[in-house]
Design a protein around this ligand. Structure first.
Ligand code: ATP
Length: 359
């Protein structure tokens, strides 16, 4: 038997002529935390709805533990769902809300009560059992929604922007909570967000979607450091994207000549086939760049320094018409303090940190 818990095979969905999801293949391993990430309208919710059975596909299949559930009703799938709006029953106590899925499954009342209280412990809210939903904060209600979903121990939990309605601080706390619960239960989670930081911190793998198709599927590090396309490089975190030409190819290592000041250097290939003479975009992450007052390399005038809390960013004008400023990021303010606005600086990097994106 395969170790994949969820298999999506050629799954596609159209609304009239509009392709909301092009035929898509995806295998999710048991216990995996997989995030569907992408801009608005990229097809994340469509894919999640097809997995949940809330919508029917035009083609393809959904298999859970090898069983074809493509046209089965939502309740026939061993799946739990958590949405942005918690959808708790307003007139039921918290304990009754959580026990509800068990009641539907005909679990005896005493057993349902025990498991509801256990789920409340799991989300660290054992003291709210007797309250009504409106007596809880948004973050607490979202925990209850999570407890109600976990209580019947579905094989797969689907979450659609579950933290979308919460403020930043609460989101951060809840991200940790969800990760902890995921570790403790070992449930497979398919999580939808359009927040790339959330996807990076929480996921085993990210499935980055664009225009109803998978743009790239891999670990957060894969997507961040080895983007297959410019869309991925641009969507995930900040990057310097510089035009270049490949002058020679040695396996995965490429020699490139940047359009910026004709600077030459090396870059790693992103895995796409590539030949000398081809145009590529070289991606350099700001935190992999360093500046100095002398030496060979790309030069630029310091335009601005911004302290963003966790990072200090230096913006340099490379003198290339229409090119975006080069961004260099340091983890502390110390390095930046020694430079003056307008000063000419040299930017350098390690060859292994430059990735050539060929499309
Ligand atoms: P968001 O982050 O905004 O929720 P998403 O990535 O989840 O976006 P989907 O909700 O899957 O995107 O929608 C994908 C595309 O399909 C969108 O262009 C949307 O307008 C379209 N779409 C979704 N549902 C329907 C529908 N019932 N009828 C027509 N078009 C639809």
């Amino acid at each position: 038997m395969s170790s994949s818990n969820l298999q999506i095979s050629g799954l596609g969905k159209r609304y009239g002529d509009f392709v909301a999801l092009a035929p898509t293949h995806l295998d999710v391993a048991r216990g995996e935390f997989l995030t569907l990430l992408g801009p608005s309208g990229s097809g994340k919710t469509t894919l999640l709805s097809l997995i949940a059975g809330l919508a029917q596909p035009d083609e393809g299949r959904v298999l859970i533990d090898g069983a074809d559930v493509t046209y089965g009703a939502p309740y026939e799938r061993d799946i739990g769902m958590v949405f942005q709006n918690y959808a708790l029953f307003p007139h039921m106590s918290i304990e009754e809300n959580i026990a509800f899925p068990l009641k539907m499954r005909k679990v005896p009342a005493a057993e349902a009560r025990r498991r509801a209280l256990e789920a409340l412990e799991m989300v660290r809210l054992p003291h709210v059992a007797a309250r009504l939903p409106r007596e809880l904060s948004g973050g607490q209600q979202q925990r209850i929604a999570l407890a109600r979903c976990m209580v019947y121990r579905p094989a797969i939990i689907l979450m659609d922007e579950p933290l979308g309605a919460l403020d930043k601080k609460l989101r951060d706390q809840m991200q940790l909570e969800i990760k902890r619960i995921h570790r403790e239960l070992g449930t497979t989670i398919v999580y939808v967000t359009h927040d790339q930081e959330e996807a990076m911190t929480m996921s085993d793998r990210i499935c980055l979607m664009n225009g109803g198709a998978i743009e790239q599927l891999g670990s957060p590090a894969d997507l961040y450091f080895r983007p297959r396309t410019l869309f991925v490089a641009d969507f995930l975190g900040e990057s310097n994207l510089l035009q270049a030409e490949v002058t020679s190819v040695d396996g995965d290592t490429l020699s490139v000549k940047l359009a910026h000041q004709g600077v030459t250097g090396q870059a790693l290939s992103n895995g796409a086939p590539i030949k000398a003479g081809q145009k590529v975009t070289v991606m350099l992450r700001p935190q992999n760049l360093r500046v100095s007052t002398a030496g060979p390399g790309l030069t630029g005038k310091l335009l601005d320094v911004m302290v963003t809390g966790s990072l200090t960013k230096l913006y340099l004008d490379s003198g290339v018409p229409d090119a975006a400023p080069i961004v260099v990021a340091y983890p502390t303010q110390r390095q930046a303090e020694q430079y003056a606005i307008g000063q000419a600086l040299t930017v350098s990097w390690q060859a292994a940190d430059a990735v050539a994106i060929a499309e």
